[in-house]
Design a protein around this ligand. Sequence first.
Ligand code: NDP
Length: 250
Amino acid sequence: MQDLSGKVILITGASSGIGLATAHLVASRGAKVIINFHSNERAAMEAVQLIREKDGDAIAIQADVMKKEEVNSMVEQALSSFGTIDVLVNNAGGGITQSSFMDMSEELWEETFSLNVNSVLLCSQAVLKHMIPKKNGKIINVSSAAARIGGAGESIHYASTKGAVNTMTIGMSRELIEYGIIVNGVAPGMVETPFHEKFAPNDNRLERMASAVPIKRAAAPMEIAEVIAFLSSHASNYILGEIINVSGGR
Ligand code: NDP
């Protein structure tokens, strides 16, 4: 188990799924957590309360990661509350809705890139303004196994964004190590979160796809959180520019 005492970790999209599990896990290991949410304030506030009840420290901040001003304001609020940010987890994301390639609208394509790719740029730039002068920090980008397989049906837009996240992760790791900043990625396969209901309601996506995974089940969000916690910790300090697949052999 990695000790995260004293670290301040900002997790985007931490009101649900993988981000929420990561918030609880890193808080239980001593980190102070900034829980970013977009629409689900109740879940974010509940998480803050639960973490505080267990003697942890957390705050929730609303921001749309697609909007530069909101991202900058989130980072300012985080810094004024905790004084520093040691780790940024670029986790917020999703597929928005399914579409075949031929029916893909430019609007859906652009919105998916805004949510999954531009957000990584905006959040990373905002946090790096603080990390670069102190020459220390970690950034963890949440990608997807979809990047390697082109998407699991009517999701080329989503898979393409995660391909971009992988490329960004490698490029960022090479450019930012000069400032002592370590960048890595995590690529989950199928994870049991509300993501699938939002992306493809009534599709039984999880059950259908879990049988195609060698391990024959979807991951629990905590199984992804464990890898993010490892990448946040000193235990992973020599790992750089990797995208770690956590996909049950997919
Ligand atoms: P969830 O749908 O459970 O959670 C998504 C989170 O993103 C929520 O906290 C949501 O906030 C937040 N979010 C969405 N839009 C915005 C926005 N514009 N600004 C800020 N926050 C936003 O999904 P997962 O936990 O499953 O997904 C987390 C990450 O993992 C994503 O990047 C996803 O692509 C990736 N992933 C997921 C897989 C899976 O099988 N579940 C597989 C591979 C990768 P709110 O609810 O407050 O609006």
